[in-house]
Design a protein around this ligand. Structure first.
Ligand code: NAD
Length: 256
């Protein structure tokens, strides 16, 4: 029997990067997958093709997760697709680089709405479904090392991930009686399109790598394997935690 026999997972923001890797990893372990993004394009189709090649089912449901109504509708559509939903991976997220004193209200709202409000309401909708059907659930939120450590010029991003840290702690406690587990995964510096500017700047990239004890950027698969563990019954007693996947970055200290 495979790890996720008969289970269905929704992975938000999954046409590329960490989300696509999580979707593929869960599918490899036997899960059927609902993919999501703002819009369906050839990258989404590619992920579907890869999942189907593994012998699993995949469907793409579009939704703009910066809007609460869309986030809630996504859960309804996901449940309707294969008739059940066991695992919710809240992965979609964005960051905006600006000096604190130059951040616009529009950018602040977009970051907070995507990284925190959307997750709040997709999770709320998922919890209503689990309670109505009286089934257990697993929620994994894609946080960041910046739920814990500073990132100057990314104030809204840090505020959103810091908020996600407390949301997870709070929900883990409130939802434990319903056997709904909630955890965060906190990647460090992972090679994905979100880091395009860094990846194309050799000098800055080298500085970042020198600050990572394992001396390399993370791979999307490094994150996906931890997500798969947390989503599985092997993590049945894990809730309210953050798993850092950061090559040692967060608690790195060295005498120069
Ligand atoms: N790459 C890293 O180094 C890193 C580090 C820490 C945390 N993270 C977190 O991991 C998650 C995934 O990031 P990634 O690196 O794969 O980035 P990415 O930009 O490659 O992927 C993000 C995905 O989210 C989707 N998305 C964004 N806004 C959306 C919205 N409103 N509605 C629906 N989909 C939306 C995008 O279309 C994209 O597919 C994010 O939450 C990010 O904050 C990434």
């Amino acid at each position: 029997m495979s790890r996720f026999q008969d289970k269905v997972a929704l992975v938000t923001g999954s046409s590329q990067g960490i989300g696509a890797a999580c979707a593929l990893r869960l599918a490899k372990d036997g899960c059927d997958i609902i993919l999501n993004g703002h819009k369906f394009d050839e990258r989404g189709q590619e992920v579907i093709d890869q999942i189907e090649a593994l012998g699993r089912k995949a469907t793409f449901v579009t939704a703009d997760l910066s809007k609460a109504k869309e986030a809630m509708r996504l859960i309804d559509d996901a449940v309707a697709t294969y008739g059940r939903l066991d695992i919710l991976i809240n992965n979609a997220g964005i960051e905006k680089n600006a000096n604190f004193w130059e951040v616009t209200e529009e950018d602040y709202d977009l970051v907070m709405d995507t990284n925190l409000k959307g997750i709040f309401f997709s999770t709320q909708s998922f919890v209503k479904y689990c309670r109505q059907k009286n089934v257990p659930g697993v929620v994994i939120n894609m946080s960041s090392v910046h739920e814990e450590i500073v990132f100057p010029h990314f104030a809204a991003y840090c505020a959103s991930k810091g908020g996600l840290k407390m949301l997870t702690r709070n929900l883990a406690t409130e939802l434990a009686p319903f056997n709904i587990r909630v955890n965060n995964v906190a990647p460090g510096a992972v090679s994905t399109p979100i880091n395009q500017a860094l990846l194309s700047n050799k000098e800055q990239l080298e500085k970042v790598i020198q600050n990572i004890p394992l001396r390399r950027m993370g791979k999307v698969e490094d994150v996906a394997s931890v997500v798969a563990f947390l989503a599985s019954d092997e993590a049945a007693y894990v809730t309210g935690s953050t798993y850092f996947v950061d090559g040692g970055l967060t608690y790195h200290y060295e005498e120069q």
